[in-house]
Design a binder for this molecule. Sequence first.
Ligand code: ADE
Length: 234
Amino acid sequence: MRIDLVTIFPPLVAGAFEQSIIKRARDRGIVEIHVNDLREYATDRHRTVDDYPYGGGAGMVMKPEPWFRAVEHLREQGHPGPCVLLTPQGRRLDQALVRRLAAEDRLIILCGRYEGVDERVREHLADIEVSIGDYVLSGGEPAAVVLTDAVVRLQPGALGSSESTVEESFSEGLLEYPQYTRPPEFRGWRVPDVLLSGDHGAVERWRREQQQHRTRRRRPDLLQEQGDVSEATS
Ligand code: ADE
């Protein structure tokens, strides 16, 4: 898979792709990530990427031309994948959308700034607008890191077998069960006896119960969604 990001702050995202699972996936050739500087696609000497809003008002608006030039340039290089605009107005990211985007061969991710992007970018360039949650970031860059991480870890071979089980359990729509490691007692807090029992069946049942209990208590909306899915498919 190839992912191209377009941003006015390349260093804000580039570092995140040079560590950990993403770095390993890049090193293994599983994913190619390119960080493109929007200013390189500006048309004037000052590399201007924003301008005053028509109709007045506070703040600046990002001009359409650099975005179109950047995306058209990437597509000329044989880059047919969908173009994702990160914005708090977008569709909220969840694991189902991550899976859909992870199945693409190529993605172009545009990091807008919160002050605003000319509406024509939204209407005529972006294929999908995505928000990572109902809060406002100063720009799409942290959201692009979140989206890229979630997509890369789903690429075949990106995760070791011990890492991949975590995604599997979330895919079932439940939160993770509690995890413990040594020591068996720390400051008087003991690891649940069942985990030390060596009874694999009992451990399995306990984990499942914990997942259900935790999901019911913290995220009942996930159980509701599961119900919706099974009703829709039964
Ligand atoms: N840009 C600013 N806030 C954002 C958010 N919540 N999601 C995606 N992009 C954003």
